[in-house]
Design a protein around this ligand. Sequence first.
Ligand code: NAD
Length: 476
Amino acid sequence: MTHPLPDATRHYINGQWTVSRGTGRKAIINPSNRAVIGEVALGDAADVEAAVAAAVAAFDAWSQTSVAERVAVLRRITDGMIARNDEMAAAISAEMGAPRGLSRGAQAPSGPQHFEEIIKVLETYQFEEKLGTTLLRREPIGVCALITPWNWPLNQIAVKVAPALAAGCTMVLKPSELSPLDAVIFAEICHEAGLPAGVFNLLQGDGVGVGAPLTSHPKVDMVSFTGSTRAGIAISESAAKTIKRVSLELGGKSANIILDDADLAKAIPASVRGCMGNTGQSCNAPTRLLVPAALYSQAVELAVATAQKLKVGAGDSEADLGPLANEPQYNRVVAMISAAEAEGATLLTGGATPPAGTDGYFVSPTIFGDVTPGMTIAREEVFGPVLAILRYDSVDEAVSIANDSVYGLSGYVWGSEGRAGAVARRLRTGMVHVNGASLDSAAPFGGFKMSGNGREWGVFGLEEFLEVKSVYGGGQ
Ligand code: NAD
């Protein structure tokens, strides 16, 4: 069944679809074929005023709803996302290029999965506890600005909106202007779920027109942002004057340490697929593969064979990898590949030449060998299907290379349990995967250092949206 693409030229403010006050428009491009598939409204400061006013007005009532009321609404939104999974997936494939298996099987289902996890947390969460004679209360922080990127668009919306609603906050969501369609379907689902007017508002637009006035607005109490480190810094500066809480989930350059007792035949193919998944556009992708010098040739052989088996194709196909999500990202990835070659890394497979027969923003799975820690390809986030392989001589050296990064989002270790566990403890990252263990939606997701300062998912995600109040004498 084909689904018509949603209309992103309107905002959803105070429970109604409204015409944008900002008159700018931007074309929405399908990255699989560069076709214009719609337009997104570029809202302005007047749209921000209206949406923030709606969220402020709705706060008092929503913040005082019971847990049972909030659980009921969260459940209806979850059911709505499940019912419209394939429509959501089609919108995501069209706006950012994820092939069908990925959009239907992971991108779209990530929305309801995070909602389900938050419902579980909310049902048992203790908003009040006693500390001696004092009553400690955890209360919603207030009006939240939620700013999301284009790489896992619904996932990022869900990991912010679900805990914000659960906490009793009201909010204004600004999705990426490069992938605005799934957010429209999400807003329709919130509306149909009976969320009171003003609790959830959606503004379409870019960083300058909507992001900046939103993050500096005196009536916004918190900003939760996922995206580039550049924008994270700009948002922190913009929010500083009104002392907002700012929760950031930024980039990464995650190291993947293969110990000499790892099962190479399992570890290397899984590592390559992990790096290339979602066309390499995941902040936690294992993009630096660190292998013992003695196992380098064997690792290279396995890595190249795995990459060459991956099928690249359009968002409406069953390929393993789609195109890069948009033109700026394509240009960035091609420039990074050229820089790696210029700096002396060995191109083992892939490269900047587009795969034959493609017309969109496609790059083949690319692997560089002989990478040294100082090279740009070993230091900067590519956000594309590009893996860098580095050699190391001792475990201490591997840990030191891994930690020599401005980022600290995730780490990966493969080897016998005790040794891998010991290395995991030494990595300066917010997350570590041991022997290919998957992410856990109950556990906190977030990074150290310039990868950000927030934690999303599960109970840690909920607590980001809560303030703590001491009621002296209230605990007697
Ligand atoms: P970006 O950070 O510019 O955009 C992400 C979101 O922030 C969008 O909604 C955008 O409109 C908004 N935004 C941008 N500038 C803003 C500002 N000053 N104030 C408020 N909002 C602002 O991301 P991008 O330019 O699309 O991608 C650039 C790079 O960011 C990528 O190459 C990648 O390295 C990284 N990235 C990381 C993630 C992640 O999940 N951590 C996601 C997307 C991109």
